[in-house]
Design a protein around this ligand. Structure first.
Ligand SMILES: Nc1ncnc2c1ncn2[C@@H]1O[C@H](COP(=O)(O)OP(=O)(O)OP(=O)(O)O)[C@@H](O)[C@H]1O
Ligand SMILES: O=P(O)(O)OC[C@H]1O[C@H](OP(=O)(O)OP(=O)(O)O)[C@H](O)[C@@H]1O
Ligand SMILES: O=C(O)c1cccnc1
Ligand SMILES: [Mg+2]
Length: 493
């Protein structure tokens, strides 16, 4: 366990914002540390202007929670922190308490690879408030980034229409963990292989690659470069043909391909990495086909993303393997998913009942939803039709379920228990123990494909995608409205 979650040889429990620890100290000192709380992790907008998001990062979140403990070294560091008066920020007894602290609560989560939408809790954490609080930052860090990259990869795979995508991003990734984590999420979302060898080893992702311009440049001629490569790696021959003159390069790759064939090997293909990729791929295909290399792949790379790939396809490009780096692993056009983690309920001291919590905002979309939430996904014969967020404890939903658009009271839909449905959040931790069987990464990847094919294609289009209906169960909607009115002092008026 804890495969790549150790950074620089350190445990990662301090990988949180200082304010989580100062609040934790506050809860401890004021005697509320053990009060039971529920937090929901959700985002408010699909990334890239798209109509869907792919959930990813749960395995690393689980790993983090399982290995969550402050070591002696960690608390020794915290002991050195001081406040504005130069005095220690934390008292010794609190740091001793932290050292003994383990996660004892509950986590429910939507499995990785599930297609999800704004407002839906991807993860729900329940337990002593101090523990839930400290987990906010690492959980958001882990889920936001991987969900973002998995979504980007799904969009890229969507436009290649099933043609292989090779993730080449490590050199441009946001640091080392960014690179490793992006390779994992990209594979889940749709990439078929990575050039990142460490990610291959850690996660069981296929590793693939060609060669660079420097290989060609290190010889006196392109012929010599290709032939030497073919001698050393006859079973891995995809030649980069654009170092000097692309179509001349293709001809030289073909000559080397013939020699490979004579020795019983196959020319894997060529790679194009500059110039007009549509034009060169079409011309290269003609040359390869005429020479009998109909199976040879045409790999293309060079700052590709889903929009350029779509444009190349529209131009009739004959590329059939797509190398995508920078714009995939950095989510170039939207570098962050704005997931948040909000307190939604707390156990009341007086009567031991749930007290529901809400964050007000001038912007309706930013008002959080109270409750111990679950997401129910309904389907008909054609696929998924709507998701309803409901409260699982306290006020109950009724037999006949009415779902209301949280942004528009008049937009509603009738659903009932007879409509086939599935609850998306599944138990992950109970009393601090892992109760979830982690799926193989290949199964997570497969889940993305299955899920995406279950939604109407209109949610997948890039321009003005259709908004998939996500609503609040009427009881929850009304409860939330009453709570907002109460907080705004419109109580009963
Ligand atoms: N036919 C095409 N239609 C649309 N975009 C294309 C087409 N061919 C290439 N591109 C994209 O246009 C951009 C070209 O960038 P740029 O001009 O920097 O590349 P280049 O000069 O050809 O190559 P390099 O600088 O790597 O040698 C890349 O993002 C590439 O993917
Ligand atoms: O373009 P990306 O999607 O990031 O894919 C990875 C890129 O990395 C390599 O070259 P590099 O960019 O290092 O050099 P170059 O720009 O001179 O090709 C490769 O040739 C690709 O172009
Ligand atoms: O194998 C490749 O072709 C490759 C690897 C990393 C970056 N660009 C290309
Ligand atoms: Mg480049």
């Amino acid at each position: 366990m804890n495969k790549h979650l150790q950074l620089y040889g350190q445990s990662l429990s301090l990988l949180t914002d200082l304010y989580q620890l100062t609040m934790a100290y506050g809860y401890w000192k004021s005697g509320t540390a053990e009060k039971e709380a529920v937090f929901n992790l959700f985002f408010r907008k699909n990334p890239f202007g798209g109509g869907y998001t792919v959930a990813a990062g749960l395995e690393q979140a689980i790993d983090f929670i399982e290995n969550f403990r402050f070591s002696e070294e960690d608390t020794a560091y915290l002991r050195t922190l001081t406040g504005s008066d130069g005095q220690p920020l934390f008292e010794a007894a609190f740091l001793d308490y932290l050292q003994e602290l383990r996660f004892t609560g509950e986590v429910d989560a939507i499995p990785e690879g599930t297609v999800v939408f704004p407002q839906e809790p991807l993860l729900r954490v329940r337990g002593p408030i101090l523990q839930c609080q400290i987990l906010e930052t690492p959980l958001l860090n882990l889920i936001n980034f991987q969900s973002l990259i998995a979504t980007k990869a799904a969009r890229i795979k969507q436009v290649t229409k099933g043609e292989p995508v090779l993730e080449f991003g490590l050199r441009r990734a946001q640091g080392m963990d960014g690179g490793v984590t992006a390779s994992r999420a990209a594979y889940i979302g749709g990439a078929d292989a990575t050039s990142n060898v460490l990610a291959g080893r850690l996660f069981g992702i296929p590793v693939k690659g060609t060669h660079a311009h420097s290989w060609v440049m290190s010889f006196d001629s392109e012929e010599e470069a290709f032939e030497t490569y073919a001698e050393v790696l006859p079973n891995n021959c995809i030649f980069l043909v654009d170092t000097f003159d692309t179509l001349e390069g293709v001809k030289k790759a073909i000559e080397t391909g013939k020699k490979l064939e004579a020795k019983g090997y196959k020319l894997g293909g060529i790679r194009l990495d500059s110039g007009d990729l549509a034009y060169f791929s079409i011309e290269a295909r003609k040359l390869l086909d005429a020479a009998g290399f109909k199976d040879a792949a045409i790999v293309a790379s060079n700052d590709l993303d889903e929009n350029i790939i779509q444009s190349l396809k529209d131009q009739g490009a004959t590329i059939n393997v797509w190398g995508v780096g920078t714009k995939l692993v950095t989510a170039y056009d939207q570098p962050a998913l704005g997931g948040v983690y909000k307190l939604a309920a707390m156990r009341n001291d007086k009567d031991d009942e749930w007290e529901y919590k809400i964050k007000l905002s001038e912007q309706t979309i930013k008002i959080s939803t109270p409750g111990i939430q679950q997401v129910r996904r309904y389907r008909n014969a054609n696929g998924f039709i709507a998701d309803m967020i409901y409260n699982t404890e306290g006020f109950q939903k009724k037999e006949e379920e009415i779902m209301i658009d949280p942004m528009d009271y008049t937009k509603r839909r009738k659903l009932d228990n007879a409509t086939p449905h599935e609850d998306l959040l599944v138990p992950v931790f109970r009393e601090g123990k892992l109760v979830y069987n982690l799926p193989e990464i290949q199964d997570v990847k497969k889940r993305v494909e299955d899920q995406l094919s279950g939604f109407h294609e209109s949610i997948r289009r890039f321009v003005n995608p259709h908004l998939y209906p996500v609503g609040l169960e009427k009881g929850l909607y009304d409860f939330k409205t009453d709570l907002i009115l109460k907080l705004r002092k419109f109580n009963g008026k």
